[in-house]
Ligand binder design. Structure first.
Ligand SMILES: Cc1cc2nc3c(=O)[nH]c(=O)nc-3n(C[C@H](O)[C@H](O)[C@H](O)COP(=O)(O)O)c2cc1C
Length: 172
């Protein structure tokens, strides 16, 4: 029987994975049975009655493997309660409230595939030493050097746990 909750994520440098783990922990504390794993390791949604999926943002988008997950499982996700979250550094900017509407639009491609019952928008963690030497990561380094993007860990664990604590009501 499908009675577990899946919390699945796409993460390049680990901060979204840690957000997913925190969401999973809160759901377990609410009495639910939960699996937390990367989207690339998901092979079957049948054991799950609901899915929480989240990705780091690169270039204003969920990571490619996250969108791949949505396309692969669109039909099954449409038949289950589905919640989505994103982790981005824009929400770590001073005065980040004014960016929330713009950041929310980054979930539009996800909504177009499966409508979430709830959405979480979270500030992330920018650790330059963890970035690969790709062109995109170089551009991010430049943006941080110019202070157009913030550096460091801006994750708000109170906000993450509060969102996770609101999920059982809409997922079960
Ligand atoms: C190549 C690259 C592109 C990024 N693009 C954006 C972006 O467009 N908007 C944003 O707010 N954050 C952007 N970020 C910041 C990440 O979303 C943020 O650091 C997040 O916490 C990383 O999550 P992860 O550790 O799970 O990979 C980018 C980071 C990288 C490395």
């Amino acid at each position: 029987m499908a009675d577990k909750i899946l919390v699945t994520y796409a993460s390049l440098t680990g901060s979204t994975a840690e957000v997913a783990e925190a969401i999973g922990k809160t759901l377990v504390e609410s009495g639910l049975e939960v699996d937390v794993c990367p989207m690339t390791e998901v092979t079957d949604l049948a054991p799950y009655r609901a899915v929480v999926a989240g990705s780091a943002i690169h270039g204003g988008k969920w990571l490619p493997e996250a969108m791949q997950f949505m396309h692969t499982y669109q039909a099954e996700l449409s038949g289950k309660p589905f919640a989505a979250f994103l982790v981005c550094i824009t929400l770590g900017m001073p005065d980040s409230g004014k960016y929330r509407d713009g950041v929310s639009k980054w979930l539009e491609p996800v909504r177009a595939l499966v409508k979430p019952v709830s959405e979480g928008l979270f500030a992330g963690n920018m650790q330059l030493s963890r970035l690969p030497f790709t062109f995109d990561a170089m551009m991010v380094r430049v943006a941080v050097a110019l202070k157009a993007l913030p550096n460091g860990d801006h994750r708000d664990w109170v906000a993450v746990r509060a969102w996770a604590a609101s999920l059982p009501a809409v997922l079960t």
